[in-house]
Design a binder for this molecule. Structure first.
Ligand code: SF4
Length: 85
């Protein structure tokens, strides 16, 4: 946690209520840019996959975790997720 690059950037990693697709795309692109410089990216990605986390973690969206076989307990955008698997 001490080494994370996203400190103070929570708004980039979790969607606000009723986020529209274009806003989500832009938010996740910004989050991905932060993750690319993070020294704990792989540890973060593994943690999110194992714990079925919501939001953007370790450079991955929820959809990407689903595609990797790690489904969140209550997925956001369930219709998009079902299309991804
Ligand atoms: S890899 Fe994880 S800890 Fe690092 S910036 Fe991304 S979400 Fe934060």
């Amino acid at each position: 946690m001490a080494d994370r690059a996203c400190s103070g950037e929570t708004h980039l990693f979790f969607p606000p209520p009723a986020e529209r697709p274009r806003s989500r795309f832009k938010r996740e692109a910004s989050a991905r840019a932060v993750c690319q410089s993070c020294p704990v990216l792989l540890e973060c990605r593994t943690y999110a996959r194992i714990h079925h986390e919501h939001g953007f973690w370790g450079g991955e969206t929820e959809e990407q975790r689903v595609q990797a076989g790690f489904v969140p307990a209550h997925p956001v955008g369930a219709s998009r997720l079902s299309a991804a698997v």
